[in-house]
Design a protein around this ligand. Structure first.
Ligand code: DON
Length: 571
């Protein structure tokens, strides 16, 4: 008896302390912020506690990640936000980077038409025109309610106070130390250049050290006082242009001045009784997710069982088909016609699955000729917010690779993206993720590069149900997919859903990528024996899902991915 009481007390204690367990995430009554760093989640919640809404919190959280998570959080990059207001209105903002006006289709090719390695990933020429500051001001001006100082000041204070290095951050900084610290030269079109050294990152940072971001605090302060113009036309703009050009880049003041974020209609579709709202092009996320979910919808997933043989095969075959289409049909909608209706129609998708069978894999080489290239790469971050008024935002933001182009301006205090690598540098050359694509994603001045980012919101019975998204390059789409299915089909809590082991297929290369832990060897052996190539590598599935689930009793569960320092904070 006494044990039973102790058990009940323990359970009660777990919930009332807002502590995450492996089974259930953080539970709260009013609101929730889930991000890659506790400091950012706390700042988001602080804004909500002041009476701010999810949009105010979005601005603060985005900026707080630029301070606390320089690996991917940024003001030198860009992103996408999907939102749902408490009255059911949905929408999305595209603040993706753009190719500079001086960009050309072959800018990363040598005179023999070969891709010059590193040119689109490291140094000034890799940098796309940043969209983050324009994005947060667009959100603030349309939906914000607090004073701008109330939103910016906590972030500036965090930058000045500094952020403590975690064990995982120490490992990341050491992994990228030599790249950040200028061990590499790059070619700027006519000569080899060594890019600027940064004094902040010259130091070897260890766990528990505190990094103070004084230069970033100064930049944020100027932006707080002068608004978006500071970044795109003011002192920050001229310093940025000077810095990028000195390091081989071609961004001009004209590029910055003309940058505009864009409100876009989200992708919306149904799966069982769910309504999925996700990002439209220039992200491929929403359309690919729609294609995959519509292709698997007629099948009885629960019967196959979570991560079981037939479940894996079905998802893989639908993913293979969607990623093949991604390569040919998706790019910046401002530059290309996207055949959205056609490639997401039930008729088209059922034809696409006609040759699917549980007994024989479809070979990617027979599915579509992979003659072209989509480039994409490796660090990003996602955050999900539900406020106390019932508004929600789902935001994925990125520098592209870890620490972007590795260019860090000591004067301005932030890293610059290498988003230009998400364009196709040359047809037929697969990128670091092995993704292949088409001319639809070739470089053009002012164009946005194709993305996989999939910030997503899910409704059930017309009510808010889930808010989720993740980093992970090409694995973003399949990670969001599996998390939704884990909750909807397999009745997992949000915490279980984000923690569950994931697998991935992207058409080319023709291989199923499995995380190294959590899969039953008998099952993966059987999948391999049935003709599928399998590969086990946790470092290739870099997704870290940040999910929020509205529970039946109206409470909110935040599920922060156990794979990182990710943290859910509720109130
Ligand atoms: O926009 C994209 O799809 C990529 N730049 C995202 C990169 C990414 O998620 C890397 N994360 N691990």
């Amino acid at each position: 008896m006494i044990y039973r009481y102790l058990f009940i007390i323990l359970i009660f204690f777990q919930f009332s302390c807002n502590e995450a367990t492996t089974e259930t995430g953080v539970i709260s009554n009013n609101a929730m912020v889930v991000t890659a760093r506790e400091e950012a989640s706390k700042i988001g919640v602080e804004i909500l506690k002041k009476g701010g809404n999810a949009f105010d919190a979005m601005v603060a959280t985005e900026l707080a990640l630029a301070v606390a998570y320089p690996y991917a959080g940024n003001i030198g990059g860009g992103g996408f936000m999907v939102f749902r207001k408490n009255d059911g209105e949905v929408g999305s903002l595209d603040y993706r980077e753009k190719a500079p006006i001086g960009a050309t289709r072959d800018m990363y090719l040598d005179k023999n038409n070969n891709v010059i390695e590193g040119l689109s990933t490291v140094g000034g020429l890799a940098v796309g025109v940043p969209g983050t500051i324009a994005g947060v001001f667009e959100v603030y001006e349309k939906y914000g309610t607090l004073k701008i100082e109330e939103i910016f000041q906590p972030v500036i204070d965090l930058a000045l106070k500094g952020v403590v290095v975690t064990k995982k951050q120490e490992a990341r900084l050491k992994q990228y130390y030599s790249e950040i610290n200028n061990k590499k030269t790059f070619w700027n079109g006519s000569e080899n250049v060594q890019y600027d050294k940064s004094s902040l990152w010259k130091k070897v940072w260890n766990e528990k050290d505190t990094i103070k971001y004084t230069a970033l605090a100064k930049t944020l302060k100027r932006i707080m006082s002068n608004g978006k113009k500071e970044f795109y036309e003011g002192k920050t703009a001229s310093e940025l242009v000077k810095f990028v050009q000195k390091n081989g880049g071609i961004i001009t003041l004209e590029d910055l001045k003309s940058y505009q974020p864009k409100w876009r209609k989200p992708v919306i579709f149904e799966y069982d009784d769910l309504k999925i709202i996700s990002m439209a092009p220039p992200s491929s996320g929403g359309i690919c997710l729609e294609q995959i979910m519509k292709m698997i919808n007629p099948f009885d997933l629960q019967k196959y069982g979570h991560n079981n043989v037939d479940y894996i095969k079905l998802l893989v075959e639908a993913e293979r088909r969607a990623y093949a289409d991604r390569s040919f049909y998706l790019g910046d909608p401002d530059f290309n016609e996207i055949p959205y209706k056609k490639i997401t129609s039930d008729e088209y998708l059922s034809t696409r699955m006609k040759d699917f069978s549980f007994s024989t894999p479809t070979l990617s080489k027979d599915l579509n000729p992979g003659k072209i290239n989509i480039t994409e790469s490796n660090e990003t971050t996602h955050y999900s917010i539900v406020d106390q008024f019932g508004n929600s935002v789902s935001v994925t933001t990125t520098l592209n690779a870890a620490y972007g182009s590795k260019l860090y301006s000591d004067e301005l205090g932030f890293f610059l993206n290498n988003e230009m690598d998400d364009f196709s540098s040359k047809p037929g050359v697969p990128n670091m993720y092995g993704l292949v694509g088409s001319e639809i994603n070739q470089i053009e001045p002012g164009k946005r590069m194709l993305s996989s980012m999939t910030p997503t919101i899910v409704e059930k019975n017309n009510d808010l149900y889930m808010v989720l998204g993740t980093p992970g390059g090409s694995t973003i789409i399949t990670s969001v997919l599996q998390t939704i299915l884990n909750v909807h089909e397999f009745k997992m809590t949000m915490q279980q859903a984000v923690n569950a082991p994931r697998f991935h297929h992207q058409w080319l290369p023709d291989v199923i990528l499995f995380e190294t832990t959590g899969f039953d060897k008998k099952i993966t052996d059987k999948v391999a024996a049935d003709g599928y190539k399998t590969h086990f590598d946790s470092s290739r599935i870099t997704s870290k899902v940040e999910g929020i689930l509205i529970l039946n009793d109206g409470k909110i569960e935040g599920g922060a991915d156990k794979r990182g320092d990710d943290t859910a904070v509720g109130f």
